[in-house]
Design a binder for this molecule. Sequence first.
Ligand SMILES: [Fe+2]
Ligand SMILES: [Fe+2]
Length: 224
Amino acid sequence: MTINKTIPVNGKVRSTFPKIMELRKQPKSIAIQNYLIEKLEPERYNHVLSVQETAVALAMLHNADVQKVSLAALLHDVVKWMSDEQLYAAVSQYKIELDPIEKNMPALLHAIVGVKHAIDLFEITDLDILEAIRCHTTGNTSMGTIAKLIYVADFVEPTRDYIEAAQVRKIAEKDLNQAVHHVALSKIKFLLQKGSIIHPNTIHTYNSTLATITEKNNMLSKIN
Ligand SMILES: [Fe+2]
Ligand SMILES: [Fe+2]
């Protein structure tokens, strides 16, 4: 895909091009990219690169670890090539305990199996990276900065064509917790409209970020 040479952040334009190219030339990144090129459909691979570009740009803005963010972004959909049957077989092979909702929602399984693949195939042991892969679909109340960046970047990356993507991206440039809240809110609205089951972690993510935002607003109103 054509990489964004400049990504506007906070009203300024910061070039992420050299940093992205440097990250993509690292041996572990090359191994992951080669695997993804072989396994994923081109459209999915483009999405992964776009998540990486977005997550790295936001990480630079929020002073997060770009190395971790880059690897987490490259790996977040690492088993998205698997069919539902293959995902359930992998769950069984890895002896993963699913909760009742996960058992009935194969769309959630690629995040769970992806963690095992990242460990087995690419020797990823960093807990921040593994958490980001694990939480990127439903979110979680305990998400650290790397996981939040991937959760948001997966939703707002520029190839996403829904209107909320651009809106939440602007929010993410200023306030990562607000962005996480809006991603959870958008996912809940979407799932309600579809009449789908909503995983509790998505609702917990919505509630916990709302509490953080309310607390922050209350503090600000006391100061002003
Ligand atoms: Fe995913
Ligand atoms: Fe994704």
